[in-house]
Design a protein around this ligand. Structure first.
Ligand code: INI
Length: 155
């Protein structure tokens, strides 16, 4: 029996973050926690690239460009916050960012971690970046590391 389970296996690679500026109060917290977790896991500043984009809709094209820098990054971590209360095109924004990120992952063969919050209001978003619902930025880094380790074994 072959079982591949790379949970809590550490890896070394470079990490790229794409972060949207829309709802920056939330996304800056996502990024701060994510970088903190990466440092805890042994990543140095020189291992980390951060690209800011205007909104969640712009995340996939930046992720795609990063993926096209072949073998530069083990994973691309996308961080954003789409809040229904502030937009009438919430569903369009959610669909564009989620399907765009998964297309980059599949077509460019690189883990693209979806750390984009989709919530009804800002309070729910803040609860997910260091509040009672944990920290989705930190979880995104954990997911990235596990997927890099797993995919290294699936060659
Ligand atoms: N972008 C977000 O990241 N979050 C939002 O909640 C949001 N709202 O509310 O509209 C949002 N809109 C901007 C969008 O991502 C694009 O930047 C814009 O449509 C230009 O393409």
């Amino acid at each position: 029996m072959e079982i591949i389970n790379s949970q809590s296996i550490n890896v070394h690679c470079r990490l790229a973050f794409v972060v949207s500026r829309f709802n920056e109060e939330v996304t800056s917290k996502l990024l701060e926690g994510a970088i903190e977790r990466a440092k805890e896991k042994g990543f140095a500043n020189s291992d980390i690239t951060v690209v800011w984009v205007p909104g969640a809709v712009e995340i996939p094209i930046a992720a795609q460009r990063l993926a096209l820098r072949r073998n530069s990054y083990g994973a691309i971590i996308c961080l954003g916050a789409v809040i229904r209360g502030e937009t009438t095109h919430y569903d369009y924004v959610c669909n564009m960012v989620s399907s765009g990120c998964s297309q980059v992952a599949i077509h460019q063969n690189i883990p693209v971690v979806f750390g984009v919050l989709t919530t009804e209001n800002e309070e729910q978003a803040l609860e997910r970046c260091g509040g009672k619902h944990g920290h989705k930025g930190k979880e995104a880094v954990d997911t990235a590391i596990e997927m890099v380790a797993t995919l290294r074994r699936l060659v």
